[in-house]
Design a protein around this ligand. Sequence first.
Ligand SMILES: Cc1cc2nc3c(=O)[nH]c(=O)nc-3n(C[C@H](O)[C@H](O)[C@H](O)COP(=O)(O)OP(=O)(O)OC[C@H]3O[C@@H](n4cnc5c(N)ncnc54)[C@H](O)[C@@H]3O)c2cc1C
Length: 486
Amino acid sequence: MKDFKTISNKERKKEKKEQKNTDILIIGAGITGLSCAYFLKDSNYHITILDKGQIGMGISSKTTAKLNYLQQTIYQELEKSYGMKTSKLYFESQMEAIKIINDIAKKEKINCDLEKVDSFLYTNEEKNQTKIKKEKELLEGWDIKVGEINSLPIQEIPILKGIVVSDTYVFHPLKYLLGLVKSIQNSVTLHQNTLVQEIKLQEDGSYLVSTTAGDFFSKIVIVACHYPFFLKPGLFPLFSYLKREYVQAGKVKKAYNFTAINVDSNLQSIRFYKDYLIYGSNEHKLTSVLNYKEGYQKSSEEFTSYFKKKPEYSWMNQDLMMNDSLPWIGILDKNQPNLYIATGYQAWGMTNGTIAGKILSNQILEIENRYTKLFSPLRTMKPSIIPTITNGLEYLKAYSKTYFNKNPRFYSSPVMILKINGIDCGVYIDQEGKKHIVHNLCPHLKCKLIFNEIEKTWDCPCHGSRFNMDGDILEGPAAFSIRIKK
Ligand SMILES: Cc1cc2nc3c(=O)[nH]c(=O)nc-3n(C[C@H](O)[C@H](O)[C@H](O)COP(=O)(O)OP(=O)(O)OC[C@H]3O[C@@H](n4cnc5c(N)ncnc54)[C@H](O)[C@@H]3O)c2cc1C
């Protein structure tokens, strides 16, 4: 980044603002994009953030927001595929991210309910006790004090065996993100409701970024939009898959300050916000379940059976998992050194999105970072072949299920799939009898969409795009709506 005109910062910032030209363009105002902007805000570069919706309202708004390095069985998995050194380095990156968030909250005086808590890792299955033991041994080898437990502080949820650590945190993600926005607002231009639809490399090495609010030009682009929609179709999905989780929340008898997660096949995730329990469960690969009602009902019933009352709030959320359990943060293509990406956080994006901000800003500012290689998308992924084939087959299965089964069981009465003027349409009739008609085809890779009865959305079972009942994009990778043109 040595070839900018020598004009004063003030002049450059003014000029770029007017022309929709910028030095660094960040796509996405979630924890990743805003962390990148935070670490770049004092540089000489003009920074622009674009978000298709409102600040922080993507995946980051539906998270359980644990700041935790106790991430199920990640360290033994990484040790197995990449060795002890890599596993430890990942652990250190998570510790560093937790410290960074603490430091920023303190420095910028962000009141985000940041609280130190104990965190538990547990199992209810005899066979999984060895996994817990292994994770404990690894952490102790890295000087972490780990206790053993036979129960959680909340007696309603029984466990068989577990471990506990004490130096983890929870926070309120939206309060934190809005705090970040406040601290960058004088140095960064932020456009909300601006959907990016295409990124094109120009002859001079800069990027033309086409959006619903016109074209932007930038020397550097950071893709921080969760699912990197611009990547060559067919390739990225093979290295990654989506996992969906159902979350229930409701008041319990008292406020607790701990978090917990299990290592069993039916995921359970627990955190508290004051005297509200936030309970996640029934996680599944997006491609493997096409009826979201079942998972949702199961998780709601679990909550009810533990606490003898129905949850007050429910939602579902999904995160990108990479085949080798390590996020992709960095340059994707050696021939495009100014295009950066950060994604694939394995449902640990509060820490990984933060460390992504640090890594990418360091790369842009040519500062060394010890985690650059660890997360580089250019690494050889291990294991590589079997998960790639499995992902391919699963996409194919989900794709064909929605294609060839015209009236599959996941459509129920207020929803119809019809051909209107030769176009496959999805029709949802709302409670007032109003028809909402959309094009039943995902603009991303042409998968058919299924209706999500719980959240009244059209969801792509392949790569996770979601649309509201009128066809507007809620979540990518789709970059175009499925509204019917009148
Ligand atoms: C159920 C669940 C629980 C979780 N709990 C935890 C937890 O306890 N701790 C933890 O560390 N992590 C957790 N995670 C993971 C974490 O929430 C995510 O990894 C993280 O929020 C991802 O942040 P992001 O900034 O990359 O994406 P997002 O928050 O989704 O931000 C991306 C932004 O890009 C915008 N965007 C998308 N496409 C476009 C486009 N075409 N043009 C313009 N803008 C666009 C979106 O509107 C959005 O605002 C959880 C995930 C799930 C699913």
